[in-house]
Design a protein around this ligand. Structure first.
Ligand SMILES: [Zn+2]
Length: 263
């Protein structure tokens, strides 16, 4: 198992990599987003970033903004985001990132209030993922989709499954805490069982089942012993990012706690 931390785009990425290494994480999940880590800025910093990763023997994964509108019915907006997505894939490939995430987020306004609107959202989102997956394949980058059922009337596991099943090569990036807000421990189990052969990466943090709080492990109500036994049950041995937002040292403490229960 490898444990990592997400870099913040508020700070310079090279400084983020140094502090993530110092805290004992195995890899960095690079946040490719505004303001300080847009594709344009990261391309300019490419030599320094690759130099640091080599010196620290750290791998990098890619993480993009959660609010991107890949399911929008405003076609010019959606096409614009697909073009931006290709820039993100390009910068990922330039930084030797093999695994890049996008988020299953969307459904603004009244679009998710009816089956009609939800079907259009899922169809648009799937079309965007199909185009980006084909593009990523040429760049030798694998795309994964993170579950984000957070907003009111947000996308469900059923809709998430439709996108995954209809997009060849698109892997599952399971955010355990997001699944918990969708339906508690039962929903975490459902995601794990339904996608066990497609889970490429995990995000772990804590909450009280209502909001996406990104708390240190133990500060919310998720049963992490239960989560650990599910992960052991599927022999999960890939990457886990501690997506704790209270502080980097809290994320490091959560990593030690998780290592303790995962053995
Ligand atoms: Zn996440």
């Amino acid at each position: 198992m490898q444990y990592g931390l997400l870099s913040s785009a508020i700070y310079d990425l090279t400084e983020e990599i140094k502090s993530i290494k110092k805290l004992g994480f195995d890899y960095v999940e690079i946040g490719i987003e505004e303001p300080k880590a847009t594709p344009q800025i990261l391309i300019r910093q490419k030599a320094q970033i690759l130099g640091l990763l080599k010196e620290y023997r750290m791998q990098a994964l890619g993480h993009t903004s959660y609010w991107v509108g890949f399911g929008s019915s405003h076609n010019k907006v959606r096409e614009g985001w697909i073009a931006e997505g290709k820039e993100m894939i390009h910068v990922a490939a330039s930084l030797n990132i093999k695994l890049l995430n996008f988020h299953f987020h969307g459904g603004e306004g009244q679009s998710m209030q009816t089956k009609f609107g939800r079907d259009i959202f899922v169809s648009n989102f799937t079309d965007s993922m199909l185009e980006l997956s084909r593009f990523a394949k040429k760049s030798k980058v694998t795309l994964m989709l993170e579950n984000v059922p957070l907003q009111r009337n947000g996308p469900t596991i059923k809709e998430y499954s439709q996108v995954i099943e209809n997009t060849q090569g698109l892997m599952v990036h399971l955010d355990i805490a997001h699944a918990y807000t969708e339906g508690g421990m039962k929903m975490i189990r459902e995601y794990v069982e339904r996608f066990s052969d497609k889970i490429a990466h995990l995000h772990i943090h804590d909450n009280h089942g209502e909001h996406d709080e990104h708390l240190p492990l133990g500060m919310g109500t998720i049963d992490f012993n239960g989560v650990a036994s599910m992960l052991k049950g599927m022999d999960y041995n890939r990457t886990i990012t501690l997506e704790v937002f209270t502080s980097k040292s809290d994320a490091a403490s959560s990593m030690r706690y998780l290592k303790g229960i995962l053995g």
